[in-house]
Ligand binder design. Structure first.
Ligand SMILES: [Zn+2]
Ligand SMILES: [Zn+2]
Length: 343
């Protein structure tokens, strides 16, 4: 099969490698569509250190089952599927607490955040364990289906953890894929205002089509003053979906009493200036959200199947596997949101 093998920093080589053979509970999936995540770009650019070359990245994908291992029970060749990049054992203490994204025996397909990383989906085929497979509804395109995992991530952070309720006021820092998916969910969940903060006007304007009600370019005005002039009582939720430490700092600085803060972006290592006393006196509710678990994958499929959220809105570029280097370089541009690889 053809695969984009990451052989080292900025060494992405498209070449023929043996097609893997599914054993036991694994399915071999022919990939139709795979999104590029910032963590994939960080693996390519060398910003991510926790990986061993050579490897194949790519963890946001959909496809069709080609063949199955002998102990696969519920899926058959020809089934159109969506995959969760996270597989889990169901038996370790983390799994039994419901924290399957932290499974001690799990693995992540082409992604980040777990000890075991297996080959990902920037290839013609990928192996997927059965409990990471979901049926793709017929009315969903493969491209939309590939964005199930990022949509599930935003849903988990905003709805399940930060518990956004109707008529609440939300600030999102970072108009990237995750911030825009969160904004679309917030609009449908009945947020009264969705204030989008970013450094780039193109992205801010783009977010108007994804539910943002107010736009703040923090390079042009003081974001705290700007938020409090729109919301004199301050935000109910601040959703930090950008990543730089300055964004995390801004998230804390925006809180009024009782604000729910979600440190959602894959944050840069380091520390910021936060006063525990201030958290106490303000009763700041500090939360975070990492990865996904089965319920939010299922809910994310539901959101798309019922037309509540359309992730096609954030797809700005499509490339084939041979063009993956160009696709990675497009990640650096500010006028892109989600890039899809169609092998
Ligand atoms: Zn991702
Ligand atoms: Zn487990």
């Amino acid at each position: 099969m053809k695969a984009a093998v990451l052989a080292g920093v900025k060494k992405l080589i498209v070449k023929d490698i043996p097609t893997p053979i599914p054993e036991e509970n694994m399915a071999l999936v022919k990939i139709k569509s795979c999104g590029i995540c910032m963590t994939d770009y960080k693996a390519y650019s060398g910003a991510r250190k926790n990986l061993d070359y050579p490897m194949i990245v790519g963890h946001e994908f959909s496809g069709v089952i080609e063949t199955v291992g002998e102990s696969i029970r519920f899926f058959r060749p020809g089934d159109e599927i969506i995959a969760s990049p996270v597989s889990n054992c169901g038996i370790c203490t983390n799994c039994r607490q419901g924290l399957t994204q932290y499974c001690k025996n799990g693995a992540v397909i082409g992604g980040d955040g777990m000890d075991r990383i297996i080959d990902g989906a920037f290839a013609e085929y990928v192996l997927v364990p059965e409990n990471s497979l979901y049926y793709k509804p017929e009315n969903l395109s493969f491209d939309a289906a590939a964005l199930t995992e990022p949509l599930a991530g935003s849903y988990k952070g905003l709805i399940e953890y930060s518990q956004l309720k109707i008529a609440e006021d939300l600030v999102i820092i970072g108009a990237g894929s995750m911030g825009l998916l969160a904004s679309m969910i917030a609009q449908k969940a009945g947020a009264a205002s969705v204030i989008m903060i970013d450094v780039d006007d193109w992205r801010l304007n783009f977010s108007k089509n994804c539910g943002a009600t107010d736009l703040i370019n923090l390079t042009k005005k003081d974001p705290i003053q700007a938020v409090y002039s729109i919301l004199p009582k301050g935000p109910d939720i601040v959703f930090e979906a950008a990543g730089p430490l300055s964004a995390a700092q801004l998230a804390f600085d925006l809180c009024r009493r009782g604000t729910r803060l979600n440190e959602f972006g894959v944050t840069t290592e380091g520390t910021i200036n936060v006063s525990p006393a201030e958290i106490h006196w303000k009763e700041t509710r500090v939360d975070a959200s990492f990865s996904v678990y089965p319920r939010v994958m299922q809910q994310s499929i539901r959101l798309m199947e019922k037309g509540i959220v359309d992730p096609n809105k954030i797809i700005t570029h499509r490339f084939n596997l041979d063009e993956i280097e160009e696709a990675m370089n497009t990640m650096k541009k500010s006028d892109r949101i989600k890039i899809i690889i169609n092998p």
